[in-house]
Design a protein around this ligand. Structure first.
Ligand SMILES: [Zn+2]
Length: 268
């Protein structure tokens, strides 16, 4: 069974929440998200958005380790089962997440990381006057496929430095959207297995990073209507060699969960 809402509808949902232009070819926004924005912000828009992208965490992890995810559940109000695109490789999936189009349209259909030329959220938001920061790990898909946009890139050595930089940027409060990418869990499942001690430690590092980021948002963005999003790119499964893997068209790879939270401003 595959989740019914496609990853390709996230970009328009974020654009709607920010009152900004969506990527030109993007699939339509998700009404569950746009309705929540309308209701919680009384018809207003989010003037600050934080998106956290932990790599490789599938729906089955949320089913099996639900209580571990308490900080994510408590920081958000909407949990959405999402179907990522196939083949479920990292650059393919992030290519669809931020352009809102299928791999056939954005052009990445395997584990390659060319710069995407199709219109993306990193193009449409600057056109709408929004300031965007992309904080990511060097050589990762997110550090490569969205280069050459009118946004600020913060390319760090690994997850810890990415999270620290994002915390610093939240405190400085100079961006309308901050996108934060972490990859340790994906690295560990390939090196070991999806539920190895190393992979589970990485899973908890991602939950802890989101907890710190959302607490920092609450402390520093109280004067803003803010949205926070947890969005993984794909899931994973155990392959015949007893290693973690993904890239296949199977429910464990395709089904993910995305979480949305809205914090209305405290000092209008
Ligand atoms: Zn990935």
């Amino acid at each position: 069974m595959y989740n019914s809402i496609s990853m390709t509808r996230m970009a328009s949902s974020i654009a709607y929440a920010m009152g900004a232009e969506a990527p030109r070819q993007a699939d339509p926004a998700i009404p569950l998200v746009t309705d929540m924005v309308d209701e919680v912000l009384n018809g207003g828009k989010a003037d600050r958005v934080l998106i956290y992208n932990p790599d490789c965490i599938g729906l089955w992890m949320y089913q099996k380790y639900t209580e571990d995810l308490a900080p994510v559940l408590h920081a958000t109000q909407l949990a959405l089962p999402i179907a990522t695109v196939a083949p479920s490789w990292t650059p393919v999936c992030f290519g669809s997440m931020y352009t809102g189009v299928s791999p056939d349209v954005h052009g990445i259909k395997g584990y390659v990381k060319p710069v995407i030329t199709v219109d993306s959220l990193f193009d449409s938001l600057p056109r709408s006057g929004k300031k965007v920061a992309l904080v990511t790990v060097a050589k990762s898909s997110m550090a490569m496929v969205y280069l050459n946009r009118e946004i600020d890139y913060y390319i760090e050595e690994y997850d810890d430095a990415v999270t620290e930089k994002a915390l610093e940027l939240i405190q400085k409060d100079q961006y309308d959207l901050i996108v934060v990418y972490n990859q340790e869990y994906d690295d560990m499942i390939h090196r070991t297995q999806p539920e190895s001690p190393e992979a589970m430690a990485a899973f908890h590092h991602h939950i802890d990073a989101f907890d710190r980021l959302t607490k920092c948002v609450k402390a520093n963005w109280a004067d803003h209507d803010t949205m926070v999003v947890w969005a993984s790119d794909h899931g994973n499964h155990m392959n015949d060699q007893d290693h973690g893997a993904h890239g296949e068209d199977c429910p464990r790879d395709i089904n993910v969960m995305h979480y949305y939270g809205i914090y209305p401003k405290k000092h209008p």
